[in-house]
Design a protein around this ligand. Sequence first.
Ligand SMILES: [Zn+2]
Ligand SMILES: [Zn+2]
Length: 258
Amino acid sequence: MQEYTDAHRYFLQSLMQRGVVDDKECRTVLEDSSEISGYDRSERTINSFVAVINKRIQPFHLEIRKGVNEDDGTDVYALISITDHDINRLTVGGYFLKFEIDIFRRIVDCIVTSDEGTMSSVDALNITEELPQKNITKSDVQCLISKLISHRWLGEREGVLFLSPRSVLELEPYLKDQHQDSLRHCGICKEMVFRGLRCVGCGVRIHGYCSVTYFRGMSDEDRKCPSCHAPMPLSDSAWSSNGSEDILKLSKTRKRRR
Ligand SMILES: [Zn+2]
Ligand SMILES: [Zn+2]
């Protein structure tokens, strides 16, 4: 096992400030930390580097966990609390007021139980009507949503909200505990999937990025649903996609170029 050095300390501090780093940011932070401390990371992998930090922070019930960005399949690393399965006491609690966590929980519940794995911002604003507190306005909720997006707990595209990789990592125990029946798993990699592509035939979902790899090089006749084996030609509308349009486009472009 490597020693815990200033490079590890720097990486941990950066993650504590940001909560989550994507693949590119992770490399930048690693480079900065090596530069600052003179740490030679040429023969180290990110995994072994993170393992050293995790050993150090384990007594504090914290862990750096690797997840995947559902939009493009790239890695993300988030600092998460491993003590509590109660959404009210997650690390999110350190930065948000109690009524804000209550609203966040309602948004998460709606997203997870929806067919699309998303929630419209307009519907999220209407949560005020369900709240026991009558003094919370839509503009309070709008501010909270902006805050959740900037802290990367939620993603937003064209007025549609979805769970960020940070939320998926941190809330996994909560989701499994409270929404076991609503959770879907990718027909290819078997990991949780919230949006992705959906087979209109059997309803199975797959990550957009898994589909790109899985169907690579296949002709239209060979493209079949991994679950029900229904034909899935690219040109067909047999796949419906939620928030993974870019991936679908990417996969079409790659195919055309071949
Ligand atoms: Zn997958
Ligand atoms: Zn199918």
